[in-house]
Design a protein around this ligand. Structure first.
Ligand SMILES: [Zn+2]
Length: 277
């Protein structure tokens, strides 16, 4: 168990842990060696210093702990672990759960999808809950634009300054532009003029806007940067990361992977009503 190792023994990631992330996390595969080492130290801190619990009928395997802690750490890769001081416990469930719709934005529970939800984050030292089925699926398919771990931990970042309002703690000079840019895009989502890159749930309230924008920033960064460069910029300023550059670098490094798919998709003529690709 990672949590039982002493600090002095931490010299890089255990091979077993790297293998899990190699197999399960696209984000991990995009990081450079220095970023991987930093992310490993942050994940190790989260596993040792925060409480981890399994919901009933579920087991916290190394795979579960590694993947969830690694994705949580991606958000604070350049911010540091102090941003997670108020994560009371991380609770992992096998799948989604039914939850009566709750108001978010107050000092209560923040649910991701009222009704059947994949995650929720509680205020102050309260717990954070994620569905393993969603976390695992979304780690393998970031292009879908969703990541329940990034979403719920983004709420914890937002809460750290005492208010859940879609604005995390920022340098004073960054606040006016942040508020202006986020308000513009939030209102566009609510009015149905925001395009398709941010899903409708971003229009629920300012807190959900920040959580959904964070998911999009890390999972579909190139599209976000292209469609909403000012939103991408303020998020890059806060997170101190440039995930679009990370994705572009990976695309250049693996042309062999993407090229044949393009040939297959466009070189084979198909009748218009074909159900094939
Ligand atoms: Zn949420």
């Amino acid at each position: 168990m990672f949590g039982r190792r002493k600090r002095a023994e931490r010299a890089g990631l255990p091979d077993a842990w790297r293998s899990i992330l190699d197999a399960r996390s696209v984000h991990w595969r995009l990081l450079d060696p220095g970023e991987r080492d930093r992310l490993g130290e942050l994940a190790d801190w989260l596993l040792r210093e925060r409480r981890w619990e399994a919901a009933r009928d579920f087991e916290l395997t190394d795979e579960v702990r590694t993947l969830v802690s690694a994705h949580a750490s991606l958000l604070v890769l350049e911010l540091g672990e102090s941003w997670y001081d108020e994560v009371g416990a991380v609770v992992v469930r096998a799948g989604a759960m039914d939850r009566a719709p709750t108001l978010s934005g107050g000092r209560g529970i923040v649910t991701r999808y009222p009704g059947v939800i994949d995650g929720e984050a509680h205020h102050d030292d309260g717990p954070l809950m994620v569905s393993w089925a969603a976390a695992r699926r979304e780690a393998a398919q970031p292009r879908w634009g969703r990541d329940v771990v990034l979403h719920e931990f983004a709420h914890k970042l937002d809460m750290l300054d005492g208010t859940l309002d879609g604005t995390p703690r920022l340098d004073d000079e960054a606040v006016p532009r942040w508020v202006k840019v986020c308000t513009n895009h939030f209102e566009a989502v609510r009015e149905g003029t925001g395009g398709r890159i941010l899903r409708d749930y971003a229009g629920t309230n300012a807190a959900e806007f920040f959580a959904v924008a964070t998911e999009t920033f890390f999972t579909r960064p190139i599209e976000l940067q292209t469609e909403k460069p000012d939103l991408y910029d303020v998020l890059a300023g806060f997170y101190r990361q440039d995930p679009a550059e990370r994705w572009r670098r990976a695309a250049v490094a693996t042309p062999v992977v993407s090229q044949p798919r393009i040939v297959v998709r466009y070189a084979v003529p198909r009748p218009v009503d074909s159900t094939g690709s």
